[in-house]
Design a protein around this ligand. Structure first.
Ligand code: UDP
Length: 368
């Protein structure tokens, strides 16, 4: 370890990994502080019985941005995984995202025109308005049958809130298409790093000093006095929660958290697919992932994780910002606090529902 660094990065997740690579390229000295005992944030994977386990849930890399795709490919090879999740609604199986396979099974139709007619018929039964919440948005996109079977309960389990109390934007992420195409993402590039996300991100951090199990906030004065030439902290990039950094002085922001129940089975195949969403309110979990199918290296065992969504509480891992009006306004108050030393970055620092590719794009483009 050096006595002094040009830049301190708080958090060893994806955003800071990209920053680290850029900073090292500029000849800067970089210290990374990570409070967990591993790098890679929630992208972290570890290997067990020749299976890469996504400890913090499924991470499927997808992007339409060639610059981002070329950037990540410098740090490791990607496989050709295509995400084709399945929905299980009370043991009825449907393809996702909503496409001709889904419509055919739901409505008994065959052609795209028939599917459009079936959905239009459903929509005509509703009173139409400009959608002001997720329920109205979903029904205006796909009608009530799909909403009830594939959206309502899954969303309410995931967000712990009624669909009528959630913003319409969340559901706009989901593709709707009139082809027999089960590829969940519309993006041009997609895949999983063949050596695991941890290795990929480790390669991005090449040249930095990294301290694990080091909580920046527990010793803030020490670290803030360490960055920059003059003994002053001229630059710190902080990828933790902005409200926690400021001691929750305006009150806490809301986050969703996720808990995983992970089990290893002494058999080769558990559910025949990487991702199965449970879209009814019969099961308490939102989905089950079978890790080996993301990057099949061959194993006579299998590892599956059931995903339970919960309201985040202090001390837990936050996963998703809850971007409703109240929280966005509160975030803005924190953001407006003048701070020349610290820049808040990433999903938690910026309180934004970034995907991995958004994160990288943002990190590649911020002025250093
Ligand atoms: N969603 C749903 N049914 C599904 C999958 C997703 O209703 O089977 C909705 C749900 O509201 C979710 C949103 O679509 O929050 C976005 O889903 P996505 O899979 O993009 O979420 P993530 O993978 O980021 O958790």
């Amino acid at each position: 370890m050096k006595e002094r660094y040009d830049v301190i990065l708080v958090g060893a997740g994806l955003f800071n990994a990209v920053l680290a690579h850029r900073l090292i390229g500029q000849g800067k000295s970089v210290l990374v502080l990570e409070k967990r005992n591993h790098i890679a944030g929630n992208c972290y994977t570890y290997e067990q019985d020749n299976i890469d386990v996504h400890k913090y849930g499924a991470h499927i890399f997808h992007t339409s941005n060639k610059e981002v795709w070329d950037f990540v490919n410098q740090f490791g090879e990607f496989n050709n995984f295509i995400n084709s999740p399945i929905a299980n609604y009370n043991d009825e199986i449907y393809n996702l995202p909503f496409n001709m396979n889904t419509f055919s099974k739901l409505f008994g139709i065959i052609t795209p025109q028939q599917a459009e007619e079936a959905i239009l018929k459903e929509k005509m039964m509703e009173k139409m308005c400009v959608p002001s919440n997720l329920e109205e948005q979903a029904i205006s996109m796909v009608g009530r049958t799909i909403y009830e079977k594939l959206i309502k309960h899954y969303t309410e389990k995931q967000w712990g809130r009624k669909c009528t109390e959630l913003p319409p934007e969340i559901i706009k992420r989901l593709p709707l298409r009139f082809t027999y195409d089960n590829n969940y993402f519309n993006d041009k590039y997609q895949g999983i790093p063949v050596a695991g996300y941890t290795k990929l991100i480790e390669n991005m951090f090449d040249g930095c000093d990294i301290l694990l199990e080091t909580d920046f906030l527990a010793d803030r004065a020490k670290w803030e006095g360490m960055a920059g030439q003059s003994g002053m902290a001229d630059k710190i990039y902080y990828s933790g929660c902005i409200d926690e950094y400021y001691g929750y002085c305006y009150g806490p922001l809301e986050y969703r958290s996720v808990r995983f129940e992970t089990v290893e089975y002494d058999k080769e195949n558990y559910q025949g697919n990487a991702v199965v969403n449970y879209t009814s309110d019969e099961e308490p979990y939102t989905r089950i992932i079978e890790h080996k199918w993301f990057n099949n290296k061959g194993s006579d065992k299998t590892i599956v994780s059931s995903e339970y969504s919960s309201e985040w509480e202090k001390g837990e891992v936050p996963y998703y910002p809850v971007n409703n009006e109240k929280n966005n306004a509160l975030y803005q108050k924190y953001k407006d606090i003048k701070n020349n030393k610290v820049e808040f970055v990433g999903r938690l620092g910026e309180y934004k529902y970034y995907d991995m590719d958004d994160t990288i794009e943002k990190a590649l483009n911020i002025e250093l």
